[in-house]
Design a protein around this ligand. Structure first.
Ligand SMILES: [Zn+2]
Ligand SMILES: [Zn+2]
Length: 281
């Protein structure tokens, strides 16, 4: 199983020179299973490069798209995904039904008139929506050789963390962006640690660490964690590798380099995510 980070920037995309080392695309992650499975988590602007990567290889007939939540930085890249305009691709879209809405209700709206010239019902690709009614997976959802688990995390309007296990290799990946550890209840924390630990500690944990602990008091309630929280969670979850993502939109490369040097002092193998980063588990 291989994980590719298509975008690691939080809140809004940026394309200025002093942001390009870490990258300016917003959240989108590709999971490549060993048996050819393709799973995309979130459809921020980073989804464009992930789509090109999928098209450069053998395009599978079915791609699973998992949606964490609908803040624009997590869905705004979807209309620009070239795979949408290609026949023969079926997207299965998984989301948790929350506030009486699921991806089935929300995603067509971003391509509706007058926001986009082609509407979802006119695309060459097709969509099948899977609504998960609970905020914690009771049983995993099977996608070919992969198992998908999830739980809700603390964020304004709610957000879903996902876990993907590859049955044939025992590799696992947990992705939690847009969550605020500092405001999470003990029950929410316990649920997330459980997602990380069962059925076993994750090979890779990618977490939202938008702030530093020094900045956090200024942004309490905004729905994001400090990178220092991520270190604590990774230890508790016994994750093999931690990658911190959802970098603050105003953090330049210089600033992120400073944060990364402090991060590796705490946890030598940990990294800040970068656009295009590939991690083979
Ligand atoms: Zn976000
Ligand atoms: Zn958000």
């Amino acid at each position: 199983m291989k994980i590719i980070l298509g975008g690691v920037r939080g809140t809004s995309c940026i394309a200025q020179a002093d942001y390009m080392k870490y990258g300016g695309e917003t959240t989108s992650v590709l999971v490549e299973g060993d048996a050819g499975e393709r799973v995309i988590i979130d459809a921020g602007t980073g989804i464009r490069q992930l789509g090109r990567r999928i098209e450069a290889g053998k395009v599978p007939p079915s791609i699973l798209l998992l949606v964490t939540h609908y803040h624009l930085d997590h869905i705004m890249g979807l209309p620009s995904l070239s795979l949408l305009y290609r026949g023969g691709v079926k997207f299965r879209v998984g989301s948790v039904r929350r506030n009486n809405q699921s991806a089935r209700d929300v995603l067509p709206q971003i391509m509706a008139q007058p926001f986009w010239p082609v509407q979802m019902e006119d695309l060459q690709s097709s969509f099948e929506f899977i609504d998960w009614p609970t905020e914690l997976s009771v049983r995993p959802y099977a996608f070919q050789n992969l198992e998908i688990r999830w739980c809700s995390v603390r964020h304004p309007g709610g957000c879903t963390a996902y876990r993907i296990d590859e049955r044939s290799t025992g590799k696992s990946f947990v992705f939690a962006t847009d969550f605020e550890w500092g405001q999470s209840t003990p029950a929410e924390k316990q649920m997330f640690i459980q997602l990380c630990r069962e059925p076993g500690p994750p090979g890779l944990l990618v977490l939202d660490g938008q702030y530093t602990r020094a900045q956090y008091p200024q942004f309490t309630g905004w729905g994001h964690s400090a990178w220092e929280d991520c270190v604590g969670i990774a230890r508790e979850a016994r994750a093999r590798l931690l990658v911190v993502t959802h970098h603050a939109p105003q953090n330049t490369d210089n600033r992120l380099e400073m944060i990364e040097s402090e991060l590796v002092q705490e946890m030598p193998d940990a990294k800040l995510g970068r656009d295009g980063m590939e991690i083979a588990l």
